[in-house]
Design a binder for this molecule. Sequence first.
Ligand code: SF4
Length: 376
Amino acid sequence: MKSYRVAIRGGQVRALARGVLLRSCLGGPLGLTPGIVMADKPIILSGMQPTGGLHIGNYLGALKQWATLVREDQHDALFCIVDAHAITIPYEPEKMPGLVLDAATSYIAAGIDPDQCTIFLQSDVPEHMELAWYLSAVTALGDLHRMTQFKEKSDQHKENVNAGLFTYPVLQAADILIYKANLVPVGDDQKQHLELAREIARRFNTRFTNVFPEPQAKLSRTPRIMGLDGKSKMSKSKGNTIGLLDAPKTIEKRLKSAFTDEKKLRLGDPGRPEVCNVFTMHTALSPTDQIDTIRADCQSGALGCGDCKKALSTVMLAELEPIRARADELNGNPKRVLEVLKDGGARARKRAQATMADVHTAMGLTTDHRGYSSRS
Ligand code: SF4
């Protein structure tokens, strides 16, 4: 049985618990009054689209950090697979269930322990979409027009520039705010969306009542991993990735082709590690003393790119080997992964419903018939 503490402060009951909707000694669900239920640890939320075959950029930029955060046990963590976001770009519906299963498998295989956090599927919690609608009423059109990702994705998918692509950041804000998240691990390309989520929270709180904390960004140690072509962010659609579960031989081969510092043409040429994506990956995977040596030897010209890539290959394979082994094990028991999603979805939904009660009350979208009222 989960233990919890309840403290009375300033006439309000604060229930301090983890991931559970508590009932007060007065008999009512504590989550139904704005600002009453609080987790005992900062709430952290992040998510990823089930686009198929997560890659080393996803791992170094997000999954590795998430796994560490869960291990440290300092946060009440929720990790979402954002399938409702994935439908804003062309996709094949019959493949989506398999992609979701792959993503959940990769989350767990990467070390995100489902017993220590909540892993769930966005569409299992329809309240995200409901909240997005309400939040759209406090979101300025001009703010959405300024989002660079909308411009990039509209260029990328000219044949399908849909409204969902445009309002994507509002749904993203709902994903975060519905759990009253305090921290959001993001890559630097998502900072603009997070800033908008903060703005939306402020506007809602000002227009109605204080329901949402303003979430802070938590950048990972390697927020931006470029693709092997060195031209753009690593992305499956660009074919410039190393798959998280690729075979060792494939990883070695792919790494050999990685773009480095264009001014370093041969051994002896001084290099610029600060502009080299291979070095960025070293900073995420190699021991600190080795990183310092690589930096110095690259700058002096003593290290050639071939050897540098071989060293990266060694540390990368060592890092990914246990992940691949765990993924093989889970692929042999997909029921286990589906159970994680089912359980995570149920727990996430309870929490989302408690927030929606706060939202309905704040916005006056209820009467006494639901057991909570904007007039109480
Ligand atoms: S030696 Fe390493 S860090 Fe330097 S440019 Fe070549 S690959 Fe990049």
